[in-house]
Design a protein around this ligand. Sequence first.
Ligand SMILES: NC(=O)c1ccc[n+]([C@@H]2O[C@H](COP(=O)([O-])OP(=O)(O)OC[C@H]3O[C@@H](n4cnc5c(N)ncnc54)[C@H](OP(=O)(O)O)[C@@H]3O)[C@@H](O)[C@H]2O)c1
Length: 250
Amino acid sequence: MVETVLVTGASAGFGWAICQELVKAGYRVIGAARRLEKLQDLKEELGDSFYPLALDLTSTENVNQGLASLPNEWQEIDSLINNAGLALGLDKAQEANFGDWETMMMTNMVGLAYLTHALLPKIVERQGYVINMGSIAGTYPYPGGNIYGATKAFVKQFSLNLRADLVGTGVRVTNLEPGLAGGTEFSLVRFKGDQDKAEQLYQGANSIQPKDIARTILWLLEQPAHLNINRLEIMPTSQSFGPLPVHREP
Ligand SMILES: NC(=O)c1ccc[n+]([C@@H]2O[C@H](COP(=O)([O-])OP(=O)(O)OC[C@H]3O[C@@H](n4cnc5c(N)ncnc54)[C@H](OP(=O)(O)O)[C@@H]3O)[C@@H](O)[C@H]2O)c1
């Protein structure tokens, strides 16, 4: 029986590459995002094993409508890749825009939790897999990471708590935690369309690429059923850790 996987954030970056990799490996993939036209481009490329699903994670109503609109043959979802998410701004907390914070919380936490809640009964029935896209930002603080990092810390703890509840069901859960990754729209979104600023971040860094994440997701899905990778943190070799700064009075 071919497994059906729902991938959120399929219209760009990691999600796009994950859909390509999974279809190539023989999975049936539902790719969800707000921009249906992008998903339709992906459908052109991937054919009948791919179903484009327009869905806005910030609206529970819209998520319900999206799931209800799935044709019968796409209703039986085995596994969920909660990849969609975003960072908005890199301002200090005391200068940040609260609307940006709300959007990040609604997308990265509420939307992810809502979709997971909606699909879990099916996933349990089918002994599937939930892979959540965390980030190193959920573990290591950095200036300007305020709410984004906090949403990813939520995703990490939610993943671990899901494991606690799902033990005995055969359902596996992984929190995947990438570091600096280029080749996606992530920084363009974070810097609100400022292409130069976004590009500067990746210059000379040889950063993680969407294909690396897609191959990791496939590797996770193909581990034997008796193994659960709880958390997986990946950085480009060029990225490392900084010293803890101390502010000193002059
Ligand atoms: N790139 C990095 O450095 C990096 C590092 C660690 C973790 N991550 C995480 O990896 C995930 C994917 O990031 P990426 O780098 O691939 O970024 P990306 O290229 O900007 O892709 C983000 C995806 O999320 C979707 N999305 C955003 N808001 C949505 C909403 N309200 N409803 C439904 N879909 C929504 C976007 O589609 P639409 O705009 O079409 O809705 C898009 O497909 C995110 O969770 C991000 O936090 C990224």
